[in-house]
Ligand binder design. Sequence first.
Ligand SMILES: Cc1cc2nc3c(=O)[nH]c(=O)nc-3n(C[C@H](O)[C@H](O)[C@H](O)COP(=O)(O)OP(=O)(O)OC[C@H]3O[C@@H](n4cnc5c(N)ncnc54)[C@H](O)[C@@H]3O)c2cc1C
Length: 284
Amino acid sequence: MARLRPIPTVKPKDLAEALRYLAAGGRPMAGGTDLLVSIRKGTEKPELLVYVGELPELRFLREEEEGLEVGAALTHAELLSHPATERLPILREVLRTIGSPAIRAMGTLGGNLVTASPAGDGLLALYLLEARVRLVDDAGERELPIQEFVVGPRRTALKPGELVRSLFLPYPEGNPRSFFRKVGRRRALVIAVASLGALVWVEDRRVKRARLALGSVAPTILRPREVEEALVGRPIAPEAWEDLVPKLSAATQPISDLRASAEYRRKVAGRLLLALAEALRTGL
Ligand SMILES: Cc1cc2nc3c(=O)[nH]c(=O)nc-3n(C[C@H](O)[C@H](O)[C@H](O)COP(=O)(O)OP(=O)(O)OC[C@H]3O[C@@H](n4cnc5c(N)ncnc54)[C@H](O)[C@@H]3O)c2cc1C
């Protein structure tokens, strides 16, 4: 464990002040549940921490006709208890599984996004919802689709001095069924060995359309488009999806680490597809 040295920390009163600190090389911190762990491990060595967790400009929810805009510094617990997220059941299903009550009370959706872990559960929901990331720096604002914002494992398109201000989460059309399952090595405080989330539009007991997102089986969250397309028109029954199991496994690019081997992850990803079919068949 690295020896801890005190890191200067500032708490700006508003966004403009925060951006000035960031432009001078400061590092944003919201809940600190990822960043402080990395600092303790010695893998991150920021010179200045800029606490953004209470900036009013990052702490709002706005219901628009097309979707929900979520301030980056809202915590998982706040999102879970806000009535506006009822229209996004997949978001709630995923956030409920993050860490523990204490972690959900501290950790934010913006922090989960910027950590860009392939095991990031909130991030997986953002891929399923095809979220748009709204960024701000002292030069102005820009917006990126989630898959352009995340550029690799723990790497994003965030520029120095830039903050994630909010996430725009488009409401999915119609009434898709939501599914999220993560497989870990224990029941609580699980970091996924593999996870699968899905939005599935069902008509006459057949798949009309599907979005799938896999966690922990590739450098970033994976949308297996070929499998999504191959599902269209299939009956919602595991036996009718068997041939897609190897296809899904083949789409993954897992690594072996302390938690699981690549081979195991590949296998689990495939089996999760059948768990989805079963859940749809039994009405979830
Ligand atoms: C015990 C434990 C269990 C956990 N369990 C889970 C789990 O089950 N699933 C899961 O997905 N994660 C889990 N995590 C990881 C973590 O809690 C989440 O990723 C959390 O959402 C991070 O948010 P935060 O606000 O704490 O981020 P922070 O630690 O404050 O920041 C994380 C990163 O984001 C950057 N950042 C934060 N806010 C902004 C912003 N607005 N703009 C730009 N950059 C920003 C920081 O600079 C840093 O790089 C766990 C962590 C712990 C310690």
